[in-house]
Ligand binder design. Sequence first.
Ligand code: FAD
Length: 336
Amino acid sequence: MVAKVKGPTDHVVVVGAGLAGLSAALRLAGAGRKVTVVERESVPGGRNGLLNKSGYSFDTGPSVLTMPDLIADALACVGEDIKDWLDLVPLKPLYRAFYHDGSQLDVHADTNQMQAEIAKTISQEEAAGYGRYVEFVTKLYKYEMNDFIDRNIDSPLNLLTPNLARLVALGGFRKLAPKVNQFLKDPRTQKVYSFQAMYAGVSPQQALAIYAVIAYMDSVNGVFFPKGGMHAVPRALAAAAEKHGVTFKYNTTVTSVEKKNGRATAVITESGERITADVFVLNPDLPVAWRDLCQSSASSTPLHASHCLLDPIRVMTILHITIFISVNHGMASLMN
Ligand SMILES: Cc1cc2nc3c(=O)[nH]c(=O)nc-3n(C[C@H](O)[C@H](O)[C@H](O)COP(=O)(O)OP(=O)(O)OC[C@H]3O[C@@H](n4cnc5c(N)ncnc54)[C@H](O)[C@@H]3O)c2cc1C
């Protein structure tokens, strides 16, 4: 059961035009709300940002896109088709992994192509193990997506679904690295199909096996490059939102949220402007929103992301971006 806002919800102010704020704005506009987005920067995107320098544009955040269906879903809320807004190029291969022994492995989203690559570079047995690993991560995705990822969790009771039992039975709550090693015996494939946990700041040794869903999202479902760079994504979302009546106020920093009788009534900006609405969506990081905007005395738990120390031994490279992964990435994370 999703928590509902009581009372009028006609006008919504979204603070922040990051991907989350833009997605919220599209969904609310699609649901018939009047939406105003207040963003401190001059462009949308937040951490999926843009740097213009000496006539060139640079993405300051992510370099490639996975799960474009989620972007399509946000655009569909206002009846827009992603094909009219973004030109997505599937990357082939996804990665080219280089190993210290001189061998290399091209990583393909197409399972048959990848099995052939593993059979050629490593062995038939390893290719068969990869096939079983793909079945495993595909099941993880099926069980996790609707119940745990694409869902509001308002109470621990929301977690109690039949898919939780399925995840337990699948071994999803064991550690990731040994689980991956059940399917893959060669250290090269073990690394290629477990490093994705580090995108979430956790080493494969420490992460739970449910994190292998990230390997599904990128190495099985595919990786895309939006023409114009990753900043084309927030630009498209913001333009579609504007087309459907969302108002954007850029270069406007919110300094506080005004409350009356326990309900937010307005946001106050740096210039002293007071923007009223019925409901407010705060896109800044949760501790910042609590501490700075809501001046809440409620103690908030800061989110921690561990960092992986870079090792001089390069074991893996991506064709489109370069990732350096320590051979001892598990140890490195433990040190943080
Ligand atoms: C180099 C890099 C690589 C990344 N790679 C990946 C990746 O491979 N995969 C992946 O999933 N994620 C990746 N990320 C993370 C991803 O970019 C972020 O998780 C995502 O963009 C966050 O979106 P958000 O809307 O939640 O928050 P943000 O992007 O932080 O949006 C918050 C918005 O609120 C605005 N704001 C804040 N305070 C105020 C205020 N007081 N008043 C008005 N506006 C305010 C900010 O300017 C910003 O626009 C990467 C990030 C970086 C930096």
